[in-house]
Ligand binder design. Structure first.
Ligand code: DC
Length: 225
């Protein structure tokens, strides 16, 4: 049976994935799946439940029982619901961001997340999924694959502006440390590291606006959706 249309968007922190993936989904009338939010929500759930990051079995069980849902309002603003509670703000805080790597490196956790992501994406006529391993692991047969990148300076400055605009008390130094540390852990983890799929189209978004990147991807998708 032919499955629905899948657009995979991968790339490092600050490459513009989330904003652009949401815009593209809106333009094409597709579902938007933020897979980073799933790893973040699991991390939050572990912290709240007192599950230690070296308790692999406990974290896998937690992933198996995870009740996560995305809600998108009329303005296409995404909210992440964990067990029915809106955790959209909480999962972006640094105590969560800094600890995602401990759950994301466990093969059994990634397996559960992959299942959940495939299931979430199966609703509707198609989906845009953004993350680190969508084109390589979650949907190696995706209809279109995009790898978004940008130079480190720009990625750090985008992240800084984004968090400042949301009212977080951060410095460029904090963000530089976070982005560099996440680049390292995302690219060097043993299971499903961040890397470009062989058949992905790379877009270097340095110096490009959100509208330009969105336009470029919509063009890339062409009549496929
Ligand atoms: O996209 P993000 O910054 O919200 O992702 C947070 C972390 O989640 C990222 O640093 C690594 C992990 N992640 C992952 O391992 N696999 C994915 N598909 C998405 C995110």
């Amino acid at each position: 049976m032919k499955r629905n249309f899948i657009l995979a968007i991968d790339g490092p922190a600050g490459s513009g994935k989330s904003t652009v993936a949401k815009e593209v989904a809106k333009r094409l009338g597709l579902l938007y799946v933020d897979t980073g939010a799933m790893y973040r929500a699991l991390t939050l759930k572990a912290i709240k439940g007192g599950i230690k990051f070296d308790d692999e079995g406990g974290l896998i069980d937690l992933a198996k029982g995870m009740d996560i849902a995305f809600k998108i309002d009329g303005e296409f603003k995404l909210s992440v619901q964990l067990e029915g509670v809106d955790v959209s703000e909480e999962i972006r805080k640094s105590y969560v961001t800094n600890n995602v790597k401990y759950v994301a490196r466990i093969p059994g956790v990634r397996e559960e997340m992959t299942k959940l992501q495939r299931k979430t994406a199966s609703a509707g006529k198609g989906a845009v999924l953004e993350g680190r391993d969508i084109g390589t692991v979650v949907f190696p047969d995706a209809d279109r694959k995009i790898y978004l990148d940008a130079n480190a300076r720009e990625r750090i400055s985008r992240r800084f502006k984004e968090l400042k605009a949301k009212g977080y008390d951060v410095t460029m130094d904090d963000i530089e440390k976070d982005v560099m540390a996440r680049d390292h852990s995302d690219k060097t983890r043993e299971v499903a590291p961040l890397k470009k799929a062989d058949d992905a189209v790379t877009i270097d978004t340095t110096g490009m606006t959100i509208a330009e990147v969105t336009e470029r991807i919509v063009r890339e998708v062409g009549n496929g959706a």
